[in-house]
Design a protein around this ligand. Sequence first.
Ligand code: CO
Length: 134
Amino acid sequence: MPKVKALNHIAVVVEDMEKSLSFWRDALGMELHGLNEVPAEKSQVAFLPLAGSEIELVKPTSDDSGIAKYLAKRGPGMHHICIEVDDIEGMLAQLRSRGIRLINEEPRTTADGRKYAFVHPESTSGVLVELYQI
Ligand code: CO
């Protein structure tokens, strides 16, 4: 049976990366571990590690991405939480068998080889949930 392993990250969608970093990095004192362009998701992503987890800041780099539409509709704020699992295909099958609505029926793969998929907020009490397998 597929298992959950850890809280991998919490993602916040931001309008202005420098302004957001002035809180998370400068005022709060968290370390900025990476600031990357993610062309596949048309976004810029900052990672700030925190005790085995991370805060992820996501800024859209194009107006036609899902994240840009989210920002235009709802403004900056909490976007998703990401839970690491040991077997993402198995977990998606388990969720599907229980009638959970998935956004990605099949896992996608990041540039560095992690598999991920999103679960629809309709099935999660309103929170967008990302699953990760590293
Ligand atoms: Co994420």
